[in-house]
Design a protein around this ligand. Structure first.
Ligand code: ADP
Ligand code: MG
Length: 499
């Protein structure tokens, strides 16, 4: 199609700044499986056609990220793929680029014929050539927006459907044509049952953030879509699964959905990027708010901070508190309407409200690319959720910071958290080490340890003085440079516990 200045402006005006690729390039990648195609070093190493190459240029992606270097040639060679890569590694383009390039080369084929025949009787049913399943509406919308960029100047029309929004409007949009469909599982089942979507000619199936989808209970809907309807069987269709972690349930799904697949592990499976500086600090419940204010004050005014809390009520309460303290903040949680959530996200992304208080469920899969600081006001009870949360910062080679408030409520996560910090080469507070040690050797007897921490934390003021002051002075950058954060601050002859 001819170029359109208006559309170009709309699609490509966002920027990808501050990318620290030198660091990101070091991340190890492992591909296993028979006859694995060799990886590429540059986008031009593989022929994706002029539409794709032109759009890569417009997005200003200068070179592929590690997952893209490996996944693009694998998908181009029509091999099934199971890829484990952390959030922010560039998975979306890793599957969209090769899929779209093949659709451009092969044309709509049988899907077009089916749609035309079907169109004689009433409203048209759409037969997408590619389906991308994603866990949340926010994530689905992001993938859709990325697809629109790479579909620019082609005849491929991406669509998106998700729950919690007007279905009539989504149906009308589908009726204008749908070659690539991004969907959340529940809404797609609804569309299929209404006869609006047929998967008979779906050649490319992607499950994005597969672990999240299972966590959210979508397995029955996913199996209904993939195995119990008209989707071509594995081996005929081409299937790609992406996940941040690779637990048992995902392995089972991969076994059922994929055919002789290549397994791609980017970084260490289940571990977090070394680009994220992770800090764990002991903060008692009543001290959390005051501690949070100190952290917020130490962070630069225009950097985005994402604060995780456990409950919807907690999110509302904390937002109110911050608001009354004079901070521009907003919140998202499960009780908010779709419209409110979108508005809150917009406020946050645009920097109007640079603090976002969120519950884990509401924040799943969000791409908020320049979050500087993730704060676990309440730590989650499992480590996978922790990995997901802190993945909101340090995306695609940017440096990020994650601070977690830990107290006796979080004892169940001690061991996993310690292992993760060690693996990601982070500084480990000695009390955490002691706690894990005592748990291991005394069978859960961490009581002694807590008492000793309480003794050590003589007052919050002491912690603030020894722990925060070195950073408040140095602004945000100080977080990375100072040895004091989370470690010992010895210049006054005491560490930050006052010893
Ligand atoms: P993931 O799905 O792995 O969490 P995304 O696909 O959402 O990651 O990508 C994260 C961010 O990185 C997005 O803002 C995307 O536009 C950007 N990005 C992806 N690939 C590249 C690249 N090759 N060069 C520069 N930026 C990229
Ligand atoms: Mg993604």
């Amino acid at each position: 199609l001819p170029p359109s200045e208006r559309l170009e402006q709309e699609l490509f005006s966002g920027s990808n700044t501050g990318i620290n690729f030198e660091k990101y390039d070091d991340i190890p990648v492992e591909a296993t499986g028979s006859n694995c195609p060799p990886h590429i070093e540059s986008f031009s190493d593989v022929d994706m056609g002029e539409i794709i190459m032109g759009n890569i240029e417009l997005t200003r992606y200068t070179r592929p990220t590690p997952v893209q270097k490996h996944a693009i040639p694998i998908i181009k060679e029509k091999r099934d793929l199971m890829a484990c890569a952390q959030t922010g590694s560039g998975k979306t383009a890793a599957f969209l680029l090769p899929i779209l390039s093949q659709i451009y080369a092969d044309g709509p084929g049988d899907a077009l014929r089916a749609m035309k025949e079907n169109g004689r009787y009433g409203r048209r049913k759409q037969y997408p050539i590619s389906l991308v399943l994603a866990p949340t509406r926010e994530l689905a919308v992001q993938i859709y927006e990325e697809a629109r960029k790479f579909a620019y100047r082609s005849r491929v029309r991406p669509c998106v459907v998700y729950g919690g929004a007007d279905i009539g409007q989504q149906i009308r949009d589908l009726e204008r044509g749908c070659h690539l469909l991004v969907a959340t599982p529940g809404r797609l089942v609804d569309m299929m049952e209404r006869g609006k979507i047929g998967l008979d000619f779906c050649k490319y199936l992607v499950l994005d953030e597969a672990d999240r989808m299972l966590d959210m209970g979508f397995e029955p809907q996913i199996r209904r879509i993939v195995e119990q309807d008209t989707m071509p069987p594995k081996g005929v269709r081409h299937t790609m699964m992406f996940s941040a972690t690779f637990p048992k349930e995902i392995q089972m799904l991969a076994r059922d959905f994929l055919d002789e697949y290549i397994f791609l592990a980017v970084g260490r499976v289940g571990s977090t990027s070394e680009n994220i500086t992770q800090k764990v600090v002991w903060v008692e419940e009543p001290d959390k708010r005051s501690f949070l204010l100190d952290l917020l004050n130490a962070t630069g005014k225009d950097s985005l901070t994402l604060v995780f809390v456990e409950t919807k009520k907690g999110a509302d309460a904390l937002e109110d508190f911050l608001y009354h303290e004079g901070y521009a903040c907003t919140s998202i949680h499960g009780d908010r309407s779709q419209r409110d959530r979108e508005e809150a996200l917009h406020q946050f992304r645009s920097g109007k409200s640079p603090i976002l208080v969120a519950t884990a469920v509401a924040a799943r899969g969000l791409d908020i690319s320049n979050v500087k600081h993730v704060i676990n006001f309440d730590l989650p009870s499992d480590i996978e959720e922790y990995v997901h949360r802190i993945g909101r910062t340090g995306r695609v080679g940017n440096l990020g910071l994650a601070t977690s408030f830990f107290n006796e409520r979080n004892i169940n996560i001690t061991k996993d958290l310690l292992d993760l910090l060690v693996e990601a080469k982070q500084e480990v507070p000695s009390w955490l080490e002691n706690m894990a040690y005592e748990q291991h050797h005394k069978g859960g007897g961490s009581q002694v340890c807590i008492q000793s921490i309480e003794r050590q934390c003589k007052s919050l003021e002491l912690i603030k003085h020894h722990f925060l002051l070195p950073f408040i002075g140095g602004g945000y950058g100080g977080f990375y440079n100072s040895d004091g954060y989370g470690g010992n601050y010895n210049s006054q002859g005491v560490d930050w516990w006052g010893n």
